[in-house]
Design a protein around this ligand. Structure first.
Ligand SMILES: Cc1ncc(COP(=O)(O)O)c(C=O)c1O
Length: 395
């Protein structure tokens, strides 16, 4: 893989016609070390956020040993890429065949569930195994998060007592898990969810061995600057310590976004300008799904040899396909003189963005280049680290 110091060096040298994914392994390494060293328990990576084998190896080398997998394809990928990793199948609705393959062929022992039906399925598929870690997923509010995960999964208060009790009978280790929604903007999200955990444990009067606070840890984007991650860890630790569980109970979390958002950005080219609309060569069916469908704003930077002295104005983007839906409203602030042929770096696309690329309309791109400069924003720079890079923009 090529390596470059900056998007400008790359754009000047290659004049790429396709969008290029710029990966920054050092950024993923820094995020992983942060979670491994500071989260007061075990941080497992939610593979769906970005299943790139290159990234998986960086995380493993940085000390991430547990991986949250949600499909049998992710189980197989991890078995092949990181054969010693501990895999936890945390999708609450699984195919029975997937559970059987995960258990018998890939040594997966941890499964989540939110109904009696799923519990029975797991017991059947594993032929009544006695070494299961079963995590009952509670439905909690997504009120503090930018992307809700509150509707689809999770047992309601009236259902948890019987479910915890039944899972306790089938499990070697019993866990409780939840997800507060993605990009949780305040640690209060976790404090409130932990109150649900407390109520569930008290009501069911069962011994709980694992409390898994899920994903939701934020990254930083324009207009979405969260408090420091340490404050999340403090709130979670305090809530965990006060739960009615044994001193040997384990605390887990499942970050996706926070571990990989800074890992990748995308270099795109402007193919046409119409007023303040830029037609670029990546879009809703490429790495910009969230920009198109949930109005997510990503940081942008004009990549041009001569720095523009035009003032910044608001642009929206159209992607390359023939579809009106391939539209990213932004606003994306760029110098007023942006023109066809210019390159733009769109930052913070390492989580979900790159993972959701399709080849629709023939516009997929698999070109990747490793970068040594800093990501366009970071949640992991201490004061001293932030002073070093010149291209870290304050959002
Ligand atoms: C079960 C589970 N765990 C973890 C995650 C990762 O969430 P995030 O990227 O918000 O950290 C998700 C995301 O959908 C999930 O469904």
């Amino acid at each position: 893989m090529h390596s470059h110091h900056s998007a400008l060096g790359l754009a000047t040298a290659l004049r790429p016609v396709q969008p290029v994914t710029l990966i920054r392994p050092h950024a993923a390494r820094r995020a992983a070390r942060f979670f491994v060293e500071k989260f007061p328990g075990t941080a497992m990576y939610a593979v769906k956020a970005n299943p790139s084998p290159d990234l998986l190896k960086v995380l493993w080398d940085s000390g991430v040993t547990h991986y949250d997998v949600a499909s049998i394809a992710e189980v197989r990928l991890l078995s092949e890429t990181l054969p010693e990793a501990r895999l936890c199948f945390m999708h609450p609705v699984k195919a029975e065949e997937a559970i059987a393959e995960a258990y018998f062929e890939h040594s997966v022992r941890t499964f989540s569930l939110d109904t009696m039906d799923e519990l029975e399925k797991i017991v059947r598929a594993t032929k009544g195994a006695s070494d299961l870690n079963l995590c009952v997923r509670l439905r909690v509010s997504s009120d503090h998060s930018k992307l809700s995960l509150a509707s689809k999964f999770g047992a309601e208060p009236g259902e948890t007592k019987a479910l915890l009790f039944a899972a306790r009978q089938a499990a070697d280790a019993l866990g409780i898990c939840f997800h507060v929604g993605s990009q949780a903007m305040t640690p209060a999200a976790y404090a409130e969810a932990m109150e649900r955990v407390r109520a569930a444990i008290v009501e069911a009067a069962v011994t709980v061995d694992i409390v898994d606070v899920g994903g939701g840890f934020p990254s930083t984007y324009p207009g979405m600057e969260p408090p420091p991650l340490e404050t999340y860890f403090e709130v979670i630790h305090k809530a965990f310590e006060s739960l009615p569980i044994s001193y040997s109970a384990e605390l887990w979390c499942e970050p996706g976004r926070a571990l990989c958002a800074e890992y990748a950005s995308v270099l795109v080219r402007v193919e046409k300008r119409r007023g303040n609309e830029l037609y670029i060569n990546d879009g809703a069916y490429g790495a910009l799904f969230d920009a198109a469908h949930v109005g997510w704003r990503f940081p942008v930077k004009l990549v041009r040899e001569e720095i523009s002295d035009a003032k910044d104005v608001a642009f929206s983007f159209y992607g390359p396909t023939c579809d009106d839906l391939d539209h990213m409203a932004g606003p994306f602030l760029l110098p007023a003189d942006v023109a066809a042929g210019d390159y733009i770096e769109i930052g913070m696309l390492g989580a979900y963005g790159c993972a959701m690329r399709t080849g629709f309309n023939g516009f997929g791109s698999d070109m990747k280049v490793e970068m040594t400069d800093e990501p366009m924003a970071t949640l992991y720079g201490g004061a001293e680290e932030q002073a070093v890079p010149s291209n870290v923009v304050t959002l």
